[in-house]
Design a protein around this ligand. Structure first.
Ligand code: NAD
Length: 344
């Protein structure tokens, strides 16, 4: 275990106690029975690891999530290891995102990803391809409970979030959604979060979280809700690596996931051609994309690179037979310019 892993493990212990505090607040609020009922009613997925571990109640204070310390040695190429979210559910640490993939391309990408061993799929109402994600999951020989699917409510849906959650389930043709996020802060976001909490209680959604939320906003939101978010999905890549946000979320027991993990469409070529990245990739004998994705994982950040290319999909889930040294991690850390490439 290198120095970085040691500090990550220490941070995980902090997250554990914080997570336990947060979860005991849920029990105090009387959500324990509701969420356990929800687990029985719909959410049976515990993630991609096989054999599947027993379903864990979302309100078990003895089982807080361990979201910052990834068991990367436990992964194999084509099968990412999982983390346990503070909701009690297991989630793979590497997957695929389907932003900007049209209907057929999305269906084919998710199918190729499932064939390649990917078990984490990220979509959103705004991507207009929830239906194709659901169809690909339903058509796949991979059992539903082995796939972890995330979707998001867009701010235009917040005022009628309960109906919107039902709409997502219907479009996807799934009995439950593993993780639902609020896509951005916006009007009625707390109301929408409460609707997601009710969806957890009724078993329609297993875990809930946020996207494009930062430290102050998270601290405020936690004061107003009953279920601590399981995950925050934010823009994170070598040029914008969020060194202040990631530890804050982890200390709260909240998993962190990167969007634009490779810099995003329009920037990826520049990112993959960066001299530092290329240099580290050459030292490792891996591609620049694999080098960046493994850097995310070693920082305790879940990565969901987008791709419609089956070869890239296989490449992007082949991250578990090499490791960046502390020096190589620092070299990529040092690329940070606090420069967002996305609009949030
Ligand atoms: P990304 O950083 O994953 O880059 C995608 C680009 O990289 C595509 O052009 C793809 O063809 C290319 N690529 C992928 N693998 C490659 C490889 N091995 N070699 C060379 N090129 C490769 O950007 P993204 O797809 O926009 O972001 C990832 C996911 O994050 C999205 O699909 C979406 O699910 C999610 N997302 C969420 C938000 C949000 O606001 N919550 C915003 C953007 C994206």
């Amino acid at each position: 275990m290198n120095q970085r892993n040691v500090s990550t493990a220490a941070s995980a212990r902090t997250a554990g106690s914080e997570g336990a505090r947060a979860l005991s607040r849920h029990a105090f609020l009387g959500l324990a029975g509701l969420t356990a009922a929800g687990v029985l009613a719909g959410c049976s997925s515990t993630g991609a690891s096989a054999p599947a571990p027993a379903v864990v109640s979302t309100a078990d204070p003895a089982s807080p999530g361990n979201v910052s310390s990834f068991d990367l040695a436990g992964g194999t190429n084509g099968r990412a290891p999982t983390i346990k979210l503070n909701s009690g559910y297991e989630m793979p640490v590497a997957g695929i995102g389907v932003l900007q993939l049209g209907a057929q391309e999305c269906y084919e990408s998710v199918t190729a990803a499932l064939d390649a061993g990917v078990r984490l799929v990220d979509t959103a109402y705004a991507y207009r391809n929830e239906a194709q994600v659901g169809q690909a999951i339903r058509d796949s020989p991979v059992p539903r409970e082995e796939v972890f699917v995330t979707t998001k409510l867009f701010p235009t849906q917040f005022a009628t979030a309960g109906t919107a959650i039902d709409g997502a389930l219907e479009r996807m043709g799934l009995d439950y959604i593993d993780l639902m996020l609020l896509h951005h802060p916006g009007s009625f976001d707390i109301d929408a979060y409460h609707a997601m909490e009710r969806a957890v209680a009724s078993g329609k959604v297993c875990s809930i979280g946020l996207s494009n939320w930062y430290n102050d906003e998270i601290d405020q939101l936690i004061e107003e809700v009953s279920i601590v978010p399981a995950l925050v999905q934010n823009e994170i890549h070598p040029l914008y690596s969020e060194p202040q946000v990631i530890p804050h979320m982890h200390d709260l027991g909240i998993a962190v996931e990167a969007w634009y993990p490779l810099g995003g469409r329009g920037h990826v070529d520049q990112m993959l051609a960066d001299q530092t990245v290329v240099g580290v990739a050459q030292e490792l004998g891996r591609t620049p994309a694999q080098t960046i994705l493994r850097w995310h994982l070693q920082r305790g950040v879940v990565a969901i690179p987008g791709s419609g290319n089956p070869d890239h999909i296989v490449e992007n889930i082949s991250l578990f037979d090499f490791e960046l040294s502390e020096t190589q991690m620092e070299a990529i850390d040092n690329l940070n310019r606090d420069e967002k490439l996305g609009s949030w």
